[in-house]
Ligand binder design. Structure first.
Ligand SMILES: Nc1ncnc2c1ncn2[C@@H]1O[C@H](COP(=O)(O)OP(=O)(O)OP(=O)(O)O)[C@@H](O)[C@H]1O
Ligand SMILES: [Mg+2]
Length: 344
């Protein structure tokens, strides 16, 4: 059984979309998969077609009342199960405050469960409270969905610190499986710089015993796709709602990578993406950023066709110039974050 927490304390980065659709992709492949909705917002519950509060007991009853997890589980599609959330789950943070071992409740519940699953995916709320800590204690792996902008790197550093703390103190098996770029749009200069920083970090040497020592930047990037945004309101995964969409293609590709298979062909040569989009980016820079803050490196003439011919070096980061460092506390820029990670 692989137990995976989908976690990022930043809101709206694609955690729920990734949990639900990655789970659906794995279920489609024939893997018995369970989604645990640990977010009181209950978005994963709704996305999978259940009504919070009207579909029987929820994870609140499991965590705060000791109900066996099987009693809160529903089958929503072939091979796909969910333990739903409810707004009451927000109260669990407070109710559990005096409970000894409150971080381990979910882990113990999963271990006591007699049903076995190939995958358990946990959708976390945008916080690092007791519910997310329960997910980190119950999980063996963490997938971090990320949107490619500067503040995302700032948050990543904080998140890795938390994961390291949990792994040192309560869950030595915890590892970061990888970072997946969500809501991906090619052709934004800042996005490319952040991706380049991430690629350099994940291609470089890392401290061997850190929980992220073997983490990868998934080659699959989840493109911004309207079908993905529409599907929750129909209570369907992307594979039910629009199986031929780019969203379905990307999540099937991510599921393949999670199992160490090749991603979809479009994501095979990801290192080229920055280069191939550079010309388009260069064309938009003057409109998006103040000219004084953009370090003008030579960029090629923009030739609309064919994109594959455009192969200039990526325009290097202007991050510190664009974003005043002191505003963001410890880490002045993404390079500082790399240092921070490798020193821990
Ligand atoms: N690839 C995508 N293309 C288009 N829309 C997307 C994509 N991924 C997510 N969205 C939409 O963006 C919004 C935020 O996504 P999602 O709910 O998955 O983020 P989250 O990290 O779970 O948010 P929260 O922190 O509030 O739990 C949702 O409306 C979702 O439908
Ligand atoms: Mg969510």
């Amino acid at each position: 059984m692989r137990r995976i927490a989908i976690l990022n304390q930043k809101g709206g980065v694609g955690k729920t979309t990734t949990t639900v659709n990655l789970a659906a992709a794995l279920a489609n492949e024939g893997h018995k998969t369970l989604v645990l909705d640990l977010d009181p917002q209950a978005h994963a519950t709704l996305h999978l077609g259940l009504q919070p509060g009207r579909s029987g007991p929820s994870l609140y009853d499991v965590l705060a009342q000791g109900l066996p997890i099987a009693k809160a589980r529903h089958k929503v599609a072939p091979n796909l199960y969910v333990c739903g959330s409810h707004i009451d789950l927000a109260a669990a943070e407070v109710e559990l405050i005096n409970t000894v071992g409150r971080e381990m409740i979910l882990r113990d519940q999963l271990e006591a469960d007699e049903e076995s699953f190939d995958y358990v995916l946990m959708d976390c709320s945008p916080s690092l409270g007791i519910l997310s800590i329960n997910a980190l204690c119950a999980a063996r792996e963490v997938i971090i969905p990320l949107q490619a902008h500067f503040l995302a790197l700032q948050g990543l550093s904080k998140l890795l610190e938390t994961i390291q703390l949990v792994s040192r103190r309560v869950n030595r098996d915890l590892k970061v499986a990888g970072v997946v770029l969500c809501l991906y749009e090619s052709g934004t200069r800042l996005g490319n710089e952040v991706i380049e920083d991430l690629q350099q970090y994940f291609n470089g040497p890392r401290k061997v015993n850190a929980p992220w020592a073997d983490a990868r930047l998934f080659k699959t990037r989840i493109r911004r796709n309207i079908r993905l945004a529409e599907s929750p309101s129909f209570g369907q995964s992307i594979f039910q709602y629009s199986p031929t969409s780019r969203g379905a293609e990307d999540y099937a590709s991510l599921a393949a990578e999670l199992q160490w298979r090749d991603p979809a062909p479009i994501w095979m040569a990801d290192d080229d993406v920055v280069a191939t989009t550079t010309a388009a980016v260069a064309a938009t820079v003057p409109a998006e950023m103040p000219p004084a803050k953009v370090k003008a490196k030579p960029t090629p003439e923009v030739t609309p066709e064919p994109p594959a011919v455009i192969a200039s070096p990526p325009v290097k980061s202007g991050l510190p110039a664009i974003i005043p460092a002191p505003h963001f506390g410890l880490h002045a820029n993404s390079h500082a974050i790399r240092t921070d990670i490798s020193n821990n």
